[in-house]
Design a protein around this ligand. Structure first.
Ligand code: BTN
Length: 267
């Protein structure tokens, strides 16, 4: 381990020891990991507690939605939180809204305007800066655990991104033209996650939906939703109480989309 990485672990350990956030129960910090979600799943299967966090300075096999790669060089913020809400599995989508609102609010806390593309991409100036990977294991209809994986291109040097990623992504520091204090941002983000997760636990889904709607950029746009085998084109009209996207089709039918990749169509 070189000096820079051992410093990272020391600083991270210190951060968690000083942290005042009663959602966070336990933490594991690494200099490098394949994926924080994978590490956290192992901990969850071995009885890890709600609020356990795995964080790393970089990932060598970071994963995004739809099994894509999440490029994770040093400079970004990569972590996963273990949640064990006593809720029906159908409510899991709302957690991606919870998290995207928390990220967007945190960017607001540091004076940066961002928007959310359904369900949970956070963007600055039209380019993606953060993504969320929610994975779950259930016991019957109830959730056993959720690993909430969060990747933020915080102080990432965008030259480190591949050409394809660079077309659609940016980093917070690149947009602000200055670096952001990593641990200050992380603390604000954990506070916002706690606040919105508490709304979720109290079944205050209306508050989550209302704040998501205020930050979203998808409603009111013509979209194509790509799923495994199909592409559905329509007009995004609203979001359902469970966080699903409601589309108006050309023939006037209204349908609900539970998952998929969302692309905008230019008029
Ligand atoms: C996406 O937008 O496709 C989701 C990206 C999620 C990336 C984060 S980084 C921390 C956690 N560990 C992973 O391997 N992925 C998530």
């Amino acid at each position: 381990m070189n000096e820079e990485s051992s410093n990272y672990i020391k600083k991270t350990n210190l951060f968690f020891k000083k942290l005042n956030n009663d959602l966070i129960s336990d933490f594991y910090a690494y200099e490098s990991l394949d994926s924080t979600n994978e590490k956290l799943k192992e901990l969850a299967r071995n009885g890890g507690k709600e609020g356990t966090v795995v964080i790393t300075q970089k990932q060598v096999n970071g994963r995004g939605r739809f099994n894509r790669t999440w490029e994770s060089p040093v400079g970004g913020l990569y972590f996963s939180i273990l949640l064990r809400p006593k809720k029906n599995i159908e409510k899991a989508t709302l957690l991606s809204l919870v998290t995207s609102v928390a990220i967007s609010k945190t960017l607001g806390d540091i004076g940066t305007k961002s928007t959310i593309k359904w369900p949970n991409d956070v963007k600055i100036n039209g380019k993606k800066v953060a993504g969320i990977l929610i994975e779950s294991e259930s016991l019957g209809k109830n959730l056993n655990f959720i690993t909430l994986g969060i990747g933020i291109n915080l102080n990432t040097d965008i030259c480190k991104f591949s050409k394809d990623i660079l077309k659609i992504s940016t980093s917070v520091s690149s947009e602000l033209k200055t670096n952001v204090d990593y641990f200050h941002f992380f603390e604000l983000l954990l506070n916002n996650i706690k606040t919105y997760y508490e709304y979720f636990l109290k079944n205050d889904f209306n508050k989550i939906i209302a704040d998501w709607k205020e930050l979203n950029e998808t409603i009111g746009k013509k979209v194509i939703i790509e799923n495994k085998n199909e592409k559905i084109q329509g007009f995004a009209v609203d979001i359902s109480p469970d966080g699903f996207l409601q589309l108006m089709l050309k023939n006037g039918d209204k349908i609900t989309i539970t998952s998929g990749d969302c692309f905008y169509i230019k008029n």
